[in-house]
Design a protein around this ligand. Structure first.
Ligand code: PEP
Ligand code: MG
Length: 591
């Protein structure tokens, strides 16, 4: 499917009113939002650029100076609050940041740029940062080269001070009537939206299975990604309609279109209301085969939504979100409390805690994206092996939480079977530490692995014999099988869960797990898409994990599914070679 071209429909050119136009992107989260556009910049990604009048130069320099002074004050305050017992590195880290801030290239030179080029302060600062980073790049000394991340952190602090807010968008008065429009959001930015109640989101960049889109879905709000020019074309406060299912954004709709979408919106609301009747119904197919429907969560508070949707457990806790949007790392106690609160809230239902999947699009504050191709770089379990202390801290916290309920440990991004052995060694080390301290943990803790790299899917027997269960991460499995970056909207149209190669890998993994008598789940976005529910059932899947917002619709589909028919059509789909034929058979399966 080709990316639809940017289409501008002029349907209303009445004087005094801006013309209506339509933009097409990829629907990231279904539903209809009607609201006023609020244009958002994130300090990291977009810095305002504008020329200033000669008479505004002094004022602009003053604005820059006061942001630098504010950040300097923050450092002084932070330094003073470091307890004597804190590790020496913490004080040294703050001193280093203070030194970077005071470097004349960052605190003095931007003033010159503002004066000579008459550019705004943010732009002047970022230009200086780029020059400084280029100098660091040329330095032979690896330690100094690595200080680039510190420079970025310091600059971000000053930018934040100038922009008057953090990465979260400033909240307009009536958030529920607001559609946020941005060039791009990182998953870290997106998670901050959990504290808000916006009507919807649209972005220029991003693919539908990027972590940004996944978090948008978990918020249950209509969202579109990959709109390309929305941030440029839309003005603050323009009325917009977000059709998240179709990926269509209508700007300045006329009365007729508005009325039509209001009608659609209430029909969807009624539909959602009806689904709520299924909360307590056991999930089973027409012949009574029980199906597990579990929830994916990012933060412990998300268990509320999981329980509300009647999830039978947490199939995926993406713990890395606890590490985003902060300048420090959560310690063992803080992590333990986070895991424990999810485990206790789920009562006896299992909570599958995935070890850190940092790297690629989810990075720690100030860290580089990691290597020339971060999705293929030091991500997930590879990152944990490179940071053993961080990994051990997390393992101890998870083990401690396992004494309070049914915890399962899940390892992301396995490529080699020996990675499992290494994880088990670290786990043993963490157990030994707790044992020596007399701290209880579940001695029977199950350890599972994610199948999200084609090599692992092709060699499942190697992995399964060392593990208690498998979980198929279709988002990454598709990304790596089809060689398309899931965050890149330029190749988003090539992302295809129905590609015969992908289907063979998913089917083969499920088949091998069943043969080995080990549980297997799908926890990628495919599990939450009603269009694929019957196909996965037909391939033998009995455990699905998805965002709570998708759970009841999937349950409805399960309840209406005829298993023998699904099996027959799924095996025909697997044998089909032509993509058109596959789609036709899927249409029949879903009819
Ligand atoms: C996946 O890759 O399908 C998955 C569930 O993990 P994540 O989306 O967090 O990469
Ligand atoms: Mg993944």
């Amino acid at each position: 499917m080709d990316q639809p071209p940017l289409e501008i429909l002029r349907v209303d050119a009445r004087a005094g009113r801006h013309a209506s136009f339509t933009l097409h992107g990829a629907g990231a989260s279904s539903g209809i939002a009607i609201g006023y556009a609020h244009l958002v910049s994130t300090a990291r990604l977009e810095v305002p650029q504008y020329e200033i009048a000669p008479e505004e130069v002094d004022q602009e320099i003053e604005r820059f100076d006061s942001a630098v002074a504010q950040v300097r004050g923050e450092f002084v305050g932070l330094r003073a609050s470091v307890p004597a017992s804190a590790p020496a590195e913490l004080g040294a880290f703050l001193d280093l940041h203070r030194m970077i801030l005071d470097d004349s290239m960052l605190s003095e030179s931007p003033r010159e740029l503002i004066r000579t080029r008459r550019c705004n302060a943010e732009l002047a600062l970022v230009q200086q940062m780029d020059m400084l980073l280029a100098r660091f790049e040329a330095i032979e000394d690896a330690y100094l080269r690595e200080r680039k991340a510190d420079v970025r952190q310091v600059v971000e602090r000053v930018l934040k001070a100038m922009l008057g807010s953090g990465h979260a968008p400033p909240a307009p008065a009536h958030e529920e009537n607001v559609v946020v429009v941005a060039h791009d959001f990182s998953p870290a930015d997106m998670i901050l939206f959990k504290q808000h109640q916006f009507a919807g989101f649209v972005t220029d960049l991003g693919g539908v299975t990027s972590h940004t889109a996944i978090v948008a879905r978990s918020l249950g709000l209509p969202a579109i990604v990959g709109l390309h020019h929305a941030r440029q074309l839309i003005r603050e406060n323009e009325l917009v309609i977000v059709d998240g299912a179709e990926g269509v954004l209508i700007v300045n709709p006329d009365e007729r279109v508005l009325a039509e979408y209001r009608l659609k919106q209430s029909a969807l609301q009624i539909e959602r209301q009806k689904l709520r009747r299924l909360i307590t119904a056991p999930a089973s197919t027409l012949d009574g085969t029980p199906i597990e429907l579990q929830a994916n969560i990012e933060l412990p508070d998300d268990v509320g939504a999981a329980l509300d949707a009647g999830a039978s457990g947490v199939g995926l806790f993406r713990t890395e979100f606890l590490f985003l949007n902060r300048d420090d790392l959560p310690g063992e106690d803080e992590q333990f409390e986070a895991y424990c609160s999810a485990v206790e809230a789920m009562r006896d239902r299992p909570v599958t805690i995935r070890t850190l999947d940092l790297g690629a699009d989810k990075t720690l504050n100030g860290a580089d994206r990691g290597g020339p191709n971060p999705a293929l770089g030091l991500r997930a379990i590879r990152f944990c092996f490179a940071e053993p202390q961080m990994f051990l801290t997390q393992l101890r916290a998870i083990l401690r939480a396992s004494a309070f309920g049914k915890v399962r440990l899940l390892i992301p991004m396995l490529a080699h079977a020996h990675e499992i052995e290494l994880v088990l060694q670290y786990l043993q080390q963490a157990r030994d530490t707790l044992q020596a301290m007399g701290i209880p943990y579940d001695h029977e803790l199950e350890v599972g692995g994610m199948i999200e790299i084609p090599a692992a899917a092709l060699a499942v027997p190697l992995f399964i014999k060392r593990l208690d269960f498998l979980s198929i991460g279709t988002n990454d499995l598709i990304q790596y099988t089809l060689a398309i970056d899931r965050t890149d909207d330029m190749v988003a149209h090539l992302y295809d869960p129905l590609h015969p190669g992908v289907l063979q890998l998913v089917a083969g993994t499920i088949r091998t797990a069943i043969k080995s008598g080990k549980p297997v789940a799908v926890c990628g976005e495919m599990a939450g898409e009603v269009a694929y529910t019957r196909l996965l059932l037909g391939l033998g899947l009995r455990q699905f994990s998805m965002h709570p917002a998708q759970l009841l619709a999937v349950k409805q589909q399960v309840l209406r599914s005829d298993l023998p028919e699904a099996e027959a059509l799924a095996s025909r789909i697997l044998r089909a070679e032509d993509p058109e034929k596959i789609r036709q058979l899927l249409g029949r399966l879903n009819a």
